[in-house]
Design a protein around this ligand. Structure first.
Ligand code: NAD
Length: 501
């Protein structure tokens, strides 16, 4: 049985109180336990981070980037181990878990350049003999609260940048797949990061609430569902903290009639069913502009029929199980809802064969095969709700304008994509669509680490996106210094407001 404890002050520590279960999603069996922090555990982690802050803040930029480089090398060396842990607890296939590690490592690589990223501005002689310069300084103890679907990558959106900027960090990972965070903590220590700079508290709402009210926590980065993101933003800011809270998504792919439908079908299947649809940038709605609907749906159904659904550690599996039984049941309930709302179930994932077992609905483990629902009407719950599973909806629209309106009337604004060979139409789309991350013939437009990741509307609360230069900005505060080195000519009393001369 695996046991995931906390990581405080450079060592793993067991919590004494409540515990949660860690499942093997492929079998449905309990594979281990995770400690669920009490407020006192959170206080211990914050105290360790607070004690480590002055030393880390004052460490040179060279030292910080050396530690980051070492961490990068260790993570790279242990990526298979990390991916196996992710796959075992989350359920995603090994190659997909390796992909999340690789995308997270790009943020570590970005943060290795921290000496350049923290360069300020300098103006000589803003007044005679007076210079002005700006610097950015770390905040202190900062916290990251992360979701189950990327147990390595999403924390890596946050902590490499926060730590590089000179902050100390407390991570509260998802209680559903907690082990990746502990491996990363061990590798930080091996890389030479001083104890207390990076801490992990496992837990649930009780841990989150304590972080949100703790007076020593200066900033909170959150990624998760929209209701919790809104709550974290409101509670954290009410307690005087800087907060960036990324929420849920419902991402649409707009397919114009001139698009190459084979490429579109490949993209829709990859982006809809990768990681069993448990990605905040998954495509969950295809908007097929007339007359492409019938042909496109046939091509998607053909590809879906060739997918192998099976355990994450089987190299032949294209798609693994969902994260928990409760989540699978919730996702599966939308299939009946779709029928009740007048849509057509063209592929029913409950009937999908699971490798080594029977069909999804009768196999132990949290299985649901790829599901395609056609003729979904805009505004119905299947279209509106974030389902967060392997369910791809097809909405038929008559024109570009109608498709754009459907996207812009959606509550969320995380990602979207347009598929077309018409540059003018694509350019119009990127200008008119109310979404934070836009793909042109790219179905999952996740920005590279040196850009910033974040959505619009109910997909993000706060005004700062994660990683990239916005991440550096979020984890630092600005200071402007005006300096003059005195000589006797500067004497004399003058109560007027300082002006330049
Ligand atoms: P979640 O909101 O249930 O949990 C996220 C975090 O909040 C976890 O650490 C969890 O322990 C904590 N939490 C849960 N309930 C809480 C409560 N009542 N009070 C305080 N804290 C609470 O999300 P999840 O199911 O783990 O992850 C899936 C969601 O995350 C989806 O909605 C997905 O779209 C979203 N997500 C968004 C992005 C993005 O970049 N916008 C990226 C990844 C995932």
């Amino acid at each position: 049985m695996r046991h995931a404890g906390h990581w405080i002050g450079g060592a793993e520590t067991a919590g004494g109180g409540r515990r949660g279960e860690i499942f093997d999603p492929a079998t449905g069996e309990v594979a281990g336990y995770v400690d669920l922090a009490a407020p006192a555990d959170v206080d211990a982690a914050v105290a360790a981070a607070r004690a480590a802050f002055p030393g880390w803040r004052d460490s040179s930029l060279t030292r910080r980037s050396k530690v980051l480089f070492a961490f990068r090398e260790l993570m790279d060396r242990h990526r298979d181990e990390l991916a196996a842990l992710i796959s075992a607890e989350h359920g995603k296939v090994h190659s997909d878990a390796l992909g999340e590690v690789a995308r997270g490592l790009e943020v570590v690589e970005f943060a290795c350049g921290i000496p350049h990223l923290l360069k300020g501005g300098f103006s000589e002689n803003v007044s005679t003999g007076v210079d002005s310069f700006s610097i950015r300084q770390p905040l202190g103890v900062v916290a990251g609260i992360t979701p189950f679907n990327f147990p390595a990558m999403v924390p890596m959106w946050m902590f490499p940048v926060a730590v590089a900027c000179g902050n100390t960090f407390v991570l509260k990972p998802s209680e559903r797949d907690p082990s990746a965070s502990l491996l990363m903590a061990r590798l930080w220590k091996e890389a030479g990061l001083p104890d207390g700079v990076f801490n992990v508290v496992q837990g649930d709402k009780a841990a989150v609430d304590r972080l949100l009210e703790h007076p020593d926590v200066r900033a909170v980065s959150f990624v998760g569902s929209t209701p919790i993101a809104r709550y974290v933003y409101q509670t954290g800011t009410a307690n005087g903290k800087r907060v960036q809270a990324l929420g849920g998504a419902k991402n649409h792919m707009l397919v114009l009639p001139d698009a190459d439908l084979d490429l579109v079908a490949d993209a829709a299947v990859n982006a809809g069913f990768g990681s069993a649809g448990e990605r905040c940038m998954a495509i969950s709605v295809v908007l097929a502009v007339d007359p492409v609907g019938d042909e496109l749906v046939a091509k998607i159904v053909d590809r879906v029929g060739r997918l192998t659904v099976g355990p994450g550690d089987d190299p032949e599996s294209d798609m693994g199980p969902l994260v928990t039984g409760t989540h699978r049941d919730k996702v599966a309930s939308y299939l009946d809802t779709a029928l009740a709302e007048g849509a057509k179930l063209v592929v029913d994932g409950r009937e999908t064969p699971v490798k080594g077992g029977t069909v999804a609905a009768r196999t132990p483990g949290f299985w649901l095969g790829p599901t395609v629902i056609d003729h979904v009407r805009p505004g119905t719950s299947v279209h509106r709700d974030e389902i967060f599973g392997p369910v791809l909806s097809v909405v038929r629209v008559g024109s570009y304008d109608e498709g754009l309106r459907v996207i812009n009337e959606t509550e969320y604004g995380n990602g979207t994509a347009v598929f077309t060979n018409d540059g003018g139409a694509a350019r119009r789309f990127q200008n008119e669509v109310e979404v934070g991350m836009v793909g042109v013939n790219v179905p999952i437009p996740v920005p590279m680490a040196y850009y910033s990741f974040g959505g619009w509307k109910s997909s993000l609360f706060g005004d700062t996106h994660v990683h990239g230069t916005e991440g550096v900005h979020f984890y630092t505060r600005g200071k402007v210094i005006t300096s003059r080195w005195l000589d006797p000519s500067h004497g004399g009393v003058n109560l007027g407001f300082p002006t330049n001369g």
